[in-house]
Each structure stands twice: as structure tokens, then as C-alpha cells.
Design a binder for this molecule. Structure first.
Ligand SMILES: *Cc1c(COP(=O)(O)O)cnc(C)c1O
Length: 723
């Protein structure tokens, strides 16, 4: 028997757990998550894997009792030690490669950040990317701060009504119960800053999100001193009309810079993640004019401080405001600039003298950045074409480069898969463990990002076909159980018969094809069902069954996207696809993780070249799920003929109807000629050898390449540290 812990020792562990729960490091550390799950298994599930909420749910007395179990307190101590080591590590990639950023950090501005299901303040891929960028900045030890908005009601929750029509509702995000902390000033008071919006001065407070070593500051106007409509400004992600939008963007850009100054920071680079943050350039100009620079001088001094990433060729993704709206929203701020308003408008116009041209945030960002980039090679080409008229140089000389997106690998890896790979690293059967220990020490997080780890996947003595196939079965089963639970919740008015029916829904032996994304029209969610009769034949094949799992939200004002959802749910309930096609409501980080892990095929059929990068397919590879995709965005760079499947060629016709027709035919062709036969081509032991070979090759070639670890290093080498 070990000695009981003293009160002081227990207090220290409790303080450690509280600190840990308010640092999102636990979202990519399995041992930390296991501790919170162990404290309250049902709470962990029902509170949506929220460590802060779980700690609130467990009474202090209960926690003390748990901590007197030596097995548990040893685990807690080990995790807290890892956590402290992580926070205090002075031997990071950035300490070697860009130490100057610790004094003058990168300030990364984004209107959305997607970190975890417990903090639902992102609308889609842009936010997920921002979250993953931040996590990798932390892992690499980069001098980096994030700036965003605190949306009190977050992004909408999706419910489907009896007409299969998407409706939206909002769950308040309670700051006390999510992993954020109030930002205080030196005297321990709430830090409050202000920004001019219209004729008013609007105050804002700040919530700090600890993302490992990196702070992200979320601005929040919900203060009693503000008029009600300003208090509501930060209510929802992209909520309201263009007036709300411009005001949110003034808060983000101008307010964000003021906050950083209030914290005493002098960033070396202001990184605008999409045009939403571009008003920050105007605040940087204003700062310089207050110390005597002219408008033109201030611009030339601001440009070297800023970089800009553009994320979409879709027109609606570029904010444009009318001159009247600009005038209204900026009137008080502009009095400090002492230049004719027209000159300010010119910064957001392609033709400075065109009084009718709208003010475009992308143009503002491009004009005031030292570097600009797109998010894949093809998107780089498309962006140079799209903005050539702004530069009047040959297309190839338009100064927009590209850095292809990635994902934060450990953050997306399903818990059971983390355990699987970790065991592979510590299992000492054939000397591999020694190899990796010598290379990476105990640093499993670095090992997992390293190409040398994933190269091992092509070696059957490291991981056998049988092990990989068993893993695939386990993950597919976990997805099916998850889907059945979700579908039960979605259909609450149920009879006993329905329960039985739901327990038979989806088949653990079937080739499972997943599609989950925002239901933006260009992503063409229903494309695969254009060949309806053919698809019916596929799903009803007794020997080679195929099934589909769909999920996704349409923008609240996008009726066409909502019709796509309606169409798919209708098919899932009332056509011969019933039982072979399900739609999971309320797509979010958690649903995404279940799906990319459990599906065999990740379907991606956007209208080329509109998917600038896409990231959900990158989340699939480490789980052994393979892409079946149009040659757009990242897939054009990732696909090598042997690590997944392609739909069509590296080209597209100009005509949209033609494109839809060709793509749907090619999709069906690849499915029936390659995907289905290969999946069901089994040896005597029931193992699809050729399929598994492809999975292995996919892991080796795709996983280490499409990470934010690689991406943030590229941003640092190419942009952050070059200055
Ligand atoms: C990854 C992810 C996205 C982005 O996926 P795309 O492939 O870029 O469409 C959007 N939403 C959620 C919840 C995600 O996890």
C-alpha cells in the first residue's frame, strides 16, 4: 500500500487538472483525455468531450477520493508532467529556425477558429484550418498569437424538420463552461478596449484560449456599457446582414490590433487568414499617421508588416461593401486619418477612380500585404488569373504564391487509432521501437508527424495486412454504432419496431462511402445519385454491398444547399436506398472525426476548380480511409495513381452542365471498375490484399505531407521569417 497523499499534494493535482482543462493541449493528447473520461464516462460523452465541463460535473469531494487511488493519481501526475514539459520546452523547431519570432511574434487574424467540438465557433473548413494552424504553431514552438471573435451563440445547430428541411437553432456558449479564460489586465481587472464603429465607440472584452503554448484572443462586445445591438454584434458566426458583417470585421481587424498593443505586443507579421481581417491594415496606417506620417508613407510602412492568405475562388467568398455602408461604418474612425474618404475607398478598389466599384476586402488585403498566397497549387493558378486585372502584369507574374493546406494530425486522429499507432511505436517485437526511440526519444508527437514513421507502413513486418484489416473493421463498426445512436436521437418519436430497424441499419461488411461537408452548391453533394438506377444496383448487390453516410450543413440563407439536403434525406427514407444511405444531422468536428475514420472511401466531387484545397480528405488517410476525388485542390497534388482513386482527369470543360454530366459518369465508372472490385477481391482469409496495399501507400505518401506541421514550417520559411 502506498501512503495516502497529503492535502497539499491533492490540492496541487487539482490545480494542475484545472489548468490542464483550460488548455486545449488535452484535445490532442490521448492520456489527458483518458483522465477526464475516467472521472465521468457518461459526462465525458454527454458533455461532448469537454474537460472543463466534466471537472465542473465532478464534485471536489469525488475528485479527492479519485486522487487517493494511487493508480489514478500516478496517471494524473504523469500527464501533468508531460503537459508542463510541453509548455516549458526550449528546444523546439522554432528555437532553432526562427528564434526572432519569440520577441516579435506572428499575429494571426481569423474570423473563425475551429479547435474542438466543445467550442463550436467555426463555420467550416476555413475555421478548422485556422485551428489546426494554431495547434501546429504551438507544437513547433512558434512565436505566435491568434486573434478572433468570441461568438456567444457560436455556429448554428442543425435540425431537420418533418419536410426534411434544414432549420437552425443556437446553443449559448457559456464561457465559464468551455476551455476559455477571461483576459485580465495587470491589476487583475477585465481588460477592456474599444473601437469606433459608425458614430459610436464600442467597448470589448477578451477571452483567451490556451492552445498549448499559443494564446488565441477572442474579442467580445457583450458588455453592459454597449447599446444592445452592439452587444449582439459578436453573437453569431457570420450572423446578420452586410451591416453586421462590416461591423464584425471592423472589430476583428481594428479592435484586434488595439488589443495586441494593449498587451504590449509588437508583432513582426500580421497574417490575415482570408479578407475578413483586412481592416487591420487601416489601423496600422492610422497608428503611423498619429506619429506624423503621411497617408502614403503610412501605407508603404504597413505593407511590409502584413501577409494575406486567400482561401476561395468562389465570388461570394470575397466580402464587398457599398461605399455608403463603408462611409456609415467608418465615419468616426476615418476622422483620424485626415485624408479624403475617396482615398480610403481606393484601397479596396481595383480602379481607384471608379465611384461605383464596391469596396473589396480581398483587394484591400492584396494591396497592403508584402506577400499573398493561395492554398494549393491549382488555387494559386486560379487566383493569379482572378486578380491579374489588379496588377496589370502577365498572369505568371501576379504576386500570389501558394502553400498547400494541411491538418493537425494528432488532433484529427481518432482515439482508438492513436492507441493503435502508439502501440506500434512501443511494441518491441522487431526492433522498430528502438529505431524510433533513438530517433525521437519519448517524443511520440514528433514521431507521428515524421515521414520515416509513415514510410514504415509499406512494411508488412511492421504492421501486417491482418492487423490493418482488423483496424478497418473496428473503425467501420465504431462508425456504424455511432450512426445508429445518432439516428435514434434524430428520430425521437419512435416505436419498438423502429428500434429494431435502426439496429439493423448499415452493414459492417459493406464498402462504406462517406461524404460530409458544407452543402455549398459547388460541392455537388447529390452528384453520385444522378446515376440513380446504377447506384441502386450497387447497393443491392448481395455479395458486394455498398452503403453511403452523408452529413453537412447548408448556410442558413442557402436554399439551394438546403434542397440538396432535403433531396438526400428523402432518398434515405423513401427510396430503395433506405437502409443503405443515412444522413447524420449536425455535422461538426466530432461527426467529422467519426466519419473520416470509419468510412472506407471519402468522396469529394466539387465543381473544379472551386475547391481551393479541401482538408477533410486529409483527415482520412491516417485511419486507412481512401480518397475518391475530382482532381481539384489538394488531391491534384496528393494523388499519384496508387494511393486512392481519381474521378476524371486533371482538366475540366468550361460548361457547367457538361462538367456535371462528365463527372457523374466518371464517378460511376471509377466506382464500378476500380473501387468496388478491389474492395471485394479477397483471398482465402477474406483479406483484400490489393486494397490494403493501396491504404499502405496512401499512408506513406499522404499522411506526413498534408499536415499543418509541414504547412506552418513552410509559412515560417517562406513568409514569417523572411522579412
Ligand atoms: C475538415 C472539416 C471541414 C472542411 O472540409 P472540406 O473538405 O474542406 O470541405 C468542414 N467542416 C468540418 C466540421 C470539418 O471537420
Amino acid at each position: 500500500m502506498k501512503k495516502p497523499l497529503t492535502g497539499a499534494e491533492v490540492n496541487e493535482l487539482i490545480a494542475g487538472l484545472n489548468k490542464l482543462s483550460r488548455n486545449l493541449w488535452w484535445t490532442w493528447n490521448q492520456e489527458a483525455q483518458d483522465i477526464f473520461q475516467r472521472l465521468s464516462p457518461r459526462g465525458w460523452m454527454n458533455l461532448y468531450h469537454n474537460a472543463v465541463a466534466v471537472l465542473h460535473e465532478v464534485s471536489e469531494y469525488e475528485l479527492r477520493v479519485h486522487l487517493q487511488e494511487s493508480e489514478f493519481s500516478d496517471r494524473v501526475r504523469a500527464v501533468l508532467k508531460d503537459f508542463e514539459n510541453y509548455l516549458s520546452d526550449r528546444n523546439t523547431w522554432c528555437h532553432k529556425h526562427a528564434p526572432q519570432l519569440h520577441k516579435n511574434p506572428v499575429a494571426y487574424f481569423s474570423a473563425e477558429f475551429g479547435f474542438h467540438e466543445s467550442l463550436p465557433i467555426a463555420a467550416g473548413g476555413l475555421g478548422m484550418l485556422a485551428g489546426d494552424h494554431t495547434k501546429s504553431a504551438s507544437d513547433l514552438g512558434l512565436g505566435f498569437v491568434g486573434v478572433g471573435l468570441f461568438y456567444r451563440e457560436g455556429y448554428f445547430q442543425q435540425a431537420i424538420d418533418s419536410n426534411n428541411w434544414q432549420t437552425e437553432y443556437y446553443n449559448p456558449v457559456d464561457p465559464k463552461n468551455v476551455p476559455v479564460e477571461p483576459l485580465l489586465d495587470a491589476d487583475g481587472e477585465r481588460l477592456v478596449c474599444s473601437v469606433e464603429i459608425g458614430l459610436n465607440v464600442v467597448d470589448f472584452q477578451v477571452w483567451r484560449v490556451n492552445v498549448g503554448r499559443v494564446p488565441v484572443y477572442l474579442l467580445d462586445t457583450n458588455l453592459p456599457a454597449n447599446e444592445q445591438h452592439f452587444r449582439d454584434l459578436t453573437c453569431r458566426v457570420y450572423g446578420g446582414d452586410s451591416t453586421t458583417r462590416i461591423m464584425q470585421e471592423i472589430l476583428l481587424g481594428i479592435g484586434g490590433v488595439r488589443l495586441l498593443r494593449a498587451l504590449g505586443l509588437t508583432p513582426s507579421t500580421f497574417h490575415m487568414n482570408e479578407g475578413h481581417a483586412a481592416f487591420l491594415t487601416l489601423e496600422l496606417i492610422r497608428e503611423k499617421m498619429t506619429v506624423g506620417k503621411s497617408f502614403n508613407e503610412a501605407q508603404s510602412l504597413t505593407k511590409p508588416e502584413c501577409i494575406f492568405t486567400t482561401h476561395t475562388p468562389v465570388e461570394a467568398g470575397h466580402d464587398r461593401f457599398s461605399p455608403d455602408l463603408m462611409n456609415y461604418a467608418m465615419q468616426r474612425f476615418c476622422t483620424q486619418l485626415t485624408v479624403p474618404f475617396k482615398e480610403l475607398l481606393a484601397l479596396g478598389r481595383v480602379k481607384a477612380s471608379d465611384d461605383h466599384e464596391l469596396f473589396c476586402m480581398t483587394v484591400l488585403a492584396l494591396k497592403l500585404s508584402r506577400s499573398a498566397n493561395a492554398v494549393s497549387e491549382l488555387h494559386g493558378q486560379v487566383s493569379r488569373q482572378m486578380w491579374q486585372h489588379l496588377y496589370n502584369v502577365p498572369e505568371k507574374d501576379v504576386p500570389i504564391g501558394h502553400i498547400t493546406n494541411g491538418i493537425h494530425l494528432l488532433g484529427w486522429m481518432k482515439g482508438s487509432v492513436r492507441h493503435f499507432w502508439r502501440r506500434k511505436l512501443t511494441d518491441n517485437k522487431n526492433g522498430e521501437a528502438k529505431f524510433f526511440r533513438e530517433k525521437f526519444g519519448e517524443d511520440w508527437a514528433s514521431a507521428i508527424n515524421h515521414a520515416s514513421f509513415w514510410e514504415k507502413m509499406t512494411d508488412p513486418t511492421f504492421v501486417s495486412d491482418e492487423e490493418l484489416w482488423a483496424l478497418r473493421y473496428k473503425l467501420r463498426r465504431e462508425l456504424i454504432e455511432f450512426a445508429r445512436r445518432r439516428l435514434l436521437l434524430q428520430n425521437q418519436r419512435m416505436t419498438q419496431g423502429d428500434f429494431i430497424r435502426f439496429d439493423h441499419l448499415l452493414n459492417p461488411d459493406a464498402l462504406t462511402i462517406g461524404f460530409a461537408r458544407r452543402f455549398a452548391t459547388y460541392k455537388r453533394a447529390p452528384l453520385v445519385f444522378q446515376q440513380f438506377e446504377n447506384i441502386l444496383k450497387l447497393v443491392h448487390d448481395k455479395h458486394r454491398p455498398v452503403q453511403f453516410v452523408f452529413a453537412g450543413k447548408a448556410h442558413p440563407r442557402d436554399d439551394e444547399g438546403k434542397r440538396f439536403i432535403q433531396q438526400i434525406i428523402h432518398l434515405s427514407k423513401h427510396s430503395e436506398l433506405a437502409g443503405y444511405l443515412v444522413f447524420l444531422e449536425n455535422y461538426d468536428v466530432h461527426v467529422a472525426r467519426q466519419m473520416v475514420a470509419g468510412c472506407d472511401i471519402w468522396l469529394n466531387n466539387p465543381r473544379r476548380p472551386l475547391e481551393a484545397s479541401g482538408t477533410s480528405g486529409m483527415k482520412a488517410s491516417c485511419h486507412g480511409c481512401m480518397g475518391l476525388s475530382i482532381m481539384d485542390g489538394w488531391w491534384r497534388e496528393g494523388y499519384d495513381g496508387q494511393n486512392g482513386f481519381s474521378i476524371g482527369e486533371d482538366s475540366h470543360p468550361d460548361n457547367i452542365e457538361e462538367q456535371d454530366r462528365i463527372d457523374s459518369a466518371n464517378l460511376y465508372k471509377t466506382l464500378t471498375k476500380q473501387v468496388v472490385p478491389m474492395f471485394f477481391n479477397r483471398d482465402v482469409n477474406g483479406i483484400p490484399r490489393e486494397w490494403i496495399k493501396r491504404i499502405r501507400h496512401g499512408m506513406a505518401t499522404l499522411v506526413p505531407q498534408f499536415t499543418t506541421d509541414r504547412m506552418v514550417k513552410e509559412y515560417t520559411n517562406k513568409y514569417y521569417a523572411k522579412h
